[in-house]
Design a binder for this molecule. Sequence first.
Ligand code: SF4
Length: 472
Amino acid sequence: MFNKKVLSKGCVDFIDDTKIEALIKDTPEDAAKVREIIRKSLDKKPLSVEETAYLIKAESPELTEEIFEAARKLKRDVYGNRIVLFAPLYIGNYCINDCKYCAFRRSLRSTVRKTLNEKEVVDQVQALEDHGHKRLILVFGEHPDYSAEFIADTVRKVYSVKHGKGEIRRVNINAAPLDHEGYKIVKDSGIGTYQIFQETYHHETYRKNHPEETHKGDYLWRLDGLSRAFEAGCDDMGIGALFGLYDWRFEVLSLITHSLYLQEKYNVGPHTISFPRLRPAHGIDFDDKYLVNDYDFKRLVAILRLAVPYTGLILTARETAEVRREVMQFGVSQIDAGTRLELGGYSEDKKAEQELKREQFSIGDVRSLDEVMNELIKDGYIPSFCTSCYRLGRTGEHFMEYAIPGFINRFCTPNALLTLSEYLEDYASDQTKVEGYKLIEAEISRIDEEKIVNKLQERLNRIKKGERDLYF
Ligand code: SF4
């Protein structure tokens, strides 16, 4: 797949297991220090690894509640009440790797293998557009068939599908690490975020789960993956870890280390962080030693929120509807909805049971997009399909201007309301439409700048008259 593996300039393995283990072991529970660190977070300043360790070691119910409350507040201050929606679209599940926790691992012969052909990609995207989606993440196994050219062609195909009033306006990628040349090819197809999860940053655990002779067995090639993407001109990066493989505290401190490393080296941190938890999967028995319980899961989301104020946090349908509803308040900014993981599943009638032989793992939240939209609106969130920053070049370090006070009121909330109204006009159930327009009215009444209200009203009226894709 790669003639010669060229790493990024000055590439180093920045994960020091001994240092991180020592931070977990030696950092004391210190209430005064924790409160000082919370003040720094609420001032929207990113935390160091050492400061994050203090939040992790704060285990008393009182301090944990203070961390939860601070995360709720920071979420409101930086992201308002918007939740950005997307859907995953699996393109191909052939894979040359043999990851111990994955139903797509090469040695699992009973997994149903498939690569969507062009017509099937169009069918899936049409079905997703008919549900109301505007943002997708395309997912690929690691295989010579899924080259940079193949990924780029698939991205262009997805953008070319316009069904009724539907279109996909942002395509993100979750695929294997590429070389510099490969990232350039994919970048030129117009992708948004390139996502690579290290799965586990703990070297020994990584070796145990990723056979050395497989491509994914190369820890440093993967760890360096997004550095090469930056150097190749990609703007937005997504990092993540698969929680349950090793100590969640080690993974959180490693995610922060990775985030600060990218910030230091490329002057911009990750666009998003994901924190999927191990889920039952076809043909997979996993060790439950490090499984993360719901309480610690809430803690890790709240701690990540406080540690990286401006990085989007993605909570997927791996989690049940109940857990998602509970955890979202602690700083989640993006969720998927109406998710199907079976390859080709979006254009099929919904079956009662998930077909695990066709999925990478089982999902916990199988509700439709409209059901999720309805609950979000009732819980006071603004469901958003906004893609304006990406399409207006407010990406990478430019995205950081996001922090400017008033940016949310001037751009994010109005854009979220515009994309919501499109959904209500074209795809919503009657009940969601009624609830949605009530929310839009309430949100408009909260905007204090008359100029913005007038411009927003004017655009909402044009959407009611049939225009689409209006944004600030
Ligand atoms: S986790 Fe990814 S790389 Fe590993 S076996 Fe599954 S699809 Fe392949």
